[in-house]
Design a binder for this molecule. Structure first.
Ligand SMILES: NC(=O)C1=CN([C@@H]2O[C@H](COP(=O)(O)OP(=O)(O)OC[C@H]3O[C@@H](n4cnc5c(N)ncnc54)[C@H](O)[C@@H]3O)[C@@H](O)[C@H]2O)C=CC1
Ligand SMILES: CC(=O)C(=O)O
Length: 310
């Protein structure tokens, strides 16, 4: 990545997820310059004004504008939340055909601008669309990030935190694999006050927790039609890790080129994130049942890739 780039963020897709992310960025003072793009221009115009009024009370000031793809030229980060969202009863993978076509168009426009930064993908199915973004952009592997299991891991930590009456921020726990139905808890590496969480829970409770995490999106979509605050905070966290060069460990979707015995797939694992993007994809030390589930998750994603790109 071009280290002379500042901290400009271009957000593409200002629907429920995108606009919540913009709001989170402003509230946390993460960027000095935010550009919004969406196919629905009227909506962007309204969002820019509404968000600008909030800046008055933000921790630091920033410029925010309704932009176009040329604005990606000197952006440090492009965040893509554009595309179709799940409706009640749909899985994330049901969205693939529509959203791959949208991504081919969006990513080629981003790259035509001369963009030389990092892309974060949030649109579902997020891991396959990050893979598509790598293909369509030609960017190096470490500069395309799928939000992956950042949200699932937050859900996991929230449930465990409540179980042990401890703040979720003190729970060190990860969901790995697809951001979707084949995900799995990384129990063997999940800890609370330095002790393994899995040894504190019965098998049936662990299974209930894993199901609860996996089904959280379905339950929220049934209740209010969409999920957006959780992912918005997760995206803001990844953004901060990049723009502030944090070298922090986050569970995100990373391209695997042999890491963890996996080839040519974007999948969620703990990674080191800094100004250059994905600095390191960590080795998983999986127990046998976890390794089996992780392999199945890889196969699920590869099947979808094969259907689209042969
Ligand atoms: N990664 C994650 O953990 C999560 C991902 N999502 C995903 O995020 C995506 C967005 O969800 P919502 O914001 O709820 O949907 P939404 O329907 O509210 O917003 C989508 C936006 O994309 C825009 N758009 C569509 N085609 C476009 C194009 N070609 N160029 C520019 N803009 C375009 C639409 O005008 C709309 O404003 C969905 O795919 C959803 O499944 C949602 C929650 C969590
Ligand atoms: C919609 C979605 O991907 C989620 O909330 O996990």
């Amino acid at each position: 990545m071009d280290l002379t780039l500042g901290n400009k963020v271009v957000l593409i897709g200002t629907g429920a997820v995108g606009s919540s992310y913009a709001y989170a960025l402003i509230n946390q003072g993460i960027t000095d310059e935010l550009v919004l793009i969406d196919a629905n221009e009227e909506r962007v115009r309204g969002d820019v004004q509404d968000l600008e009024h909030g800046i008055v009370y933000a921790p630091s000031t920033l410029t925010i504008k309704h932009g176009d793809y040329i604005d990606c030229e000197d952006a440090a980060l492009v965040v893509i939340c554009a595309g179709a969202a799940q409706k009640s009863g749909e899985t994330r993978l049901d969205l693939i055909q529509k959203n791959v076509a949208i991504f081919e168009e969006i990513v080629s426009k981003v790259m035509t601008s001369g963009f030389n930064g990092i892309i974060i993908v949030a649109t579902n199915p997020v891991d396959v669309l990050a893979y598509a973004t790598l293909k369509y952009s030609g960017l190096p592997n470490h500069r395309v990030i799928s939000s992956g299991t950042i949200l699932d891991s937050a859900r996991f930590r929230t449930i465990i935190g409540k179980e042990f009456d401890t703040a979720a921020s003190s729970v060190h726990a990860y969901i790995i694999g697809e951001h979707g139905d084949s995900q799995l808890p990384y129990w063997s590496a999940s800890s609370l006050y330095g002790q393994k969480i899995s040894s504190k829970l019965s098998q049936s409770r662990k299974e209930e927790i894993a199901e609860g995490v996996k089904n959280a999106a379905y339950s929220i979509i049934d209740s209010k039609g969409a999920t957006f605050y959780g992912i918005a905070m997760g995206l803001a966290r990844i953004t901060k890790a990049i723009l502030k060069n944090e070298n922090v460990v986050l569970p995100i979707g990373a391209y695997h080129d042999g890491e963890n015995g996996v080839e040519d797939v974007v999948i969620g694992v703990p990674c080191l994130i800094n100004r250059g993007g994905i600095k390191k994809v960590f080795d998983l030390h999986l127990e046998d049942d976890e390794a089996l589930k992780f392999k199945k998750s890889v196969e699920t994603l590869k099947e979808i890739q094969k259907e689209i790109w042969n």
